[in-house]
Design a protein around this ligand. Structure first.
Ligand code: GLN
Length: 301
């Protein structure tokens, strides 16, 4: 559904939204991000204002609804991605709702790390056709990234939240990857019992924020994103500990274990992997800001 508004009215609306953003210390870039998501205008056009004299600019919601949503951005700190209903991530435009964590730019790198770790293997071909799991898939971002980047792999996407599984499936359908990914509602590896000892790779961005820190995160995150996807227990590592111990049972020999984590957790997780006894090649990887953000390991042969 779309509705047309005079360019001049939208131009004035944008000025109003920018003023509100300024007063509330919200990054002004979000205004155009919001408008690009809900209109047919490009970022350049919005900046140049060249739509001003168009008799009708197409919006996906009426101007009144645009105003209400922007007001929620300002008054309630609702993330702009939830207000638009979509976020770009790698080469995908993913549907997001408050049932799923908004996929972060730093997580994009995990797909490249997985692909690189596969490319360097003597048995790279087998890993390309193997069974990969994305545990706690949320919006499905990692599952889609794996399916796209490893075009012959079978991807299994698991989430405890039924609502998240629905969004992930929708995103796979939107990007014509649904035939490559199997979706499961359940806790971590438990729906994948039939693949014990057979997984080629386990990739996860699990909840890893220590419980007492969750409410101290910026209000956009703390008040609107699902705590189920953020809260990693007392020290933030309870899900990661579970993935380390279960991964040892579910991975095939040589299988790849890869997780995202938060600044300050990498060496602890690397030690936990080494102590577990079933893993080798424990490696810490940085994100693009140079923060230790991912840890990988291989199930010993
Ligand atoms: N990276 C997210 C954040 O900054 C946390 C995601 C997670 O817990 N996996 O809030």
């Amino acid at each position: 559904m779309s509705t047309a508004v005079p360019g001049q009215a939208l131009y004035q609306w944008r000025q109003w939204a920018i003023q509100l953003a300024k007063k509330s210390n919200i990054d002004l870039g979000e205004v155009d991000w919001f408008l690009q998501g809900l209109s047919q205008l490009t970022g350049l056009s919005l900046q140049l204002g060249d739509y001003q004299n168009q008799p009708g600019v197409l919006l996906s919601v009426p101007l009144r609804e645009l105003t209400e949503r922007w007001q929620r951005r300002i008054d309630q700190n609702v993330p702009v991605q939830y207000l638009v209903g979509e976020t770009p991530w790698r080469n995908f435009l993913l549907t997001v709702t408050p049932d799923v964590l908004i996929p972060r730019p730093e997580t994009e790198l995990m797909i490249d790390i997985a692909a690189e770790l596969v490319a360097n293997r003597p048995n790279a071909k087998q890993e390309h056709v193997g069974n990969w799991a994305d545990l706690g898939t949320g919006s499905g971002a990692i599952a889609l990234g794996l399916a796209y980047t490893l075009p012959n792999a079978r991807v299994h996407a698991v989430d405890i939240s039924d609502a998240a599984v629905k969004i992930a499936r929708l995103n796979a359908e939107k990007h014509s990857l649904a035939h490559r990914i199997t979706f499961f509602q359940g806790s971590w590896l438990s729906p994948l019992g039939h693949l014990q000892g057979q997984l080629t790779g386990i990739v996860s961005n699990p909840p890893y924020i220590p419980s007492q820190l969750v409410l101290t995160l910026q209000p956009e995150v703390a008040n609107h994103e699902p705590h189920l996807a953020l809260d990693g227990g007392l020290d933030g590592l309870s899900c990661i500990r579970h993935l380390i111990s279960e991964g040892a049972t579910y991975l095939q020999p040589g299988g790849l274990w890869l997780t995202e984590l938060m600044m300050g957790q990498a060496t602890t997780v690397a030690d936990l992997l080494s102590q577990q006894g079933a893993y080798t090649d424990v490696t810490i990887h940085q994100d693009l800001s140079g923060i230790d953000r991912f840890v990988s390991a291989r199930k010993a042969l």
